[in-house]
Design a protein around this ligand. Sequence first.
Ligand code: PLP
Length: 364
Amino acid sequence: MQFAQRVSNLEISGIRKLFEAAGPDSINLGLGQPDFDTPAHIKEAAIQAIQEGRTGYTPNLGIPELRQALSRKFERENGLSYAPSEIIVTAGASEALHIAMQAIINAGDRVLFSDPGFVSYGALAELAGGVPSPVPLDDHLNIDLDATFEAMDGARAIVLNSPANPTGVVETEETIRGIVEYADDQGVIVISDEVYEHFIYGATHYSAGRYGENVITINAASKTYAMTGWRVGSLAAPQEIIDECLKVHQYILACATSISQYAALAAYTGDQRVVTAMRDEYHARRDLLASGLKRMGFEFPLPEGAFYLFVPMDQDLIESIIQAGVIIVPGPAFGENGQGYARFSYAASRDMLNAALTRIQKLI
Ligand SMILES: Cc1ncc(COP(=O)(O)O)c(C=O)c1O
């Protein structure tokens, strides 16, 4: 059978393949999602929405109350001023990334992103007809500004992701500002994926949208409120960008799930201590996992954000660890420059992390 070239060229994400191969008693440190349950008040808001029959299509942009709440959130937490009309409620950050690429990429346009970086960026750029253009990180796994500026020449868009998956690195204000300003000069659009913004341990998050008009801000309730399965995220940008993105969103989805939108409304307007409690727990887990691995002789800079450690190790050891029942993700799943690393997720209980450390210790 013949299939569309742009789809048959794509490979299925390496991460999924690993999970399918995992044994029944394995400890899963491969997951990119919170192991916490969605907070009770958020679930209750969804149940109430169902019971009150708020189950029809919503406006394409999303329910006005949620866009108002997001507009306030951006102002309060990010120093960004987006009117509710400049926000589209999406099916997670994934759909937001997809519609952004569809709206701005022409055939052959280059799209820059970090290598190693989140698996979707290159694939979504390709689906939009663009050319994925991975930019290697520096030796500390930070964005290499010189390499990025050089690669930006003639590019159409650059994806920024801080805190980053898979490295956990939080970029400085200087880097974020530098990229946005340089991109602006070059006519390059910045797609800023900020889904891990709340999981930062000591450093500060800087939203790219503070430094220029050429920015599309992508976010989601997924990680922040342990709501990955609810599929609710957002895309915020200046009006002319929103108008184009909305066309794609309207034809592929019509609107995000109504029930999830009411749940997200409760999340963004409710008690934010649920987020700080999760952050504090991730912080403790990061320290537990990192110090355990360091005691065994692994060397790596301590990442300041997300819930991942990106640890230098060779492929043989990665395979032995997986065979010993600890699922981790080999670095090449995140790009060519992930070679020689493995990603450990600490979105798993402290008991699980301790058990994983014991298995690895036995192995080495
Ligand atoms: C950097 C990054 N962006 C976006 C996503 C997708 O988020 P969502 O579940 O909201 O689609 C993920 C999920 O792992 C991610 O790590």
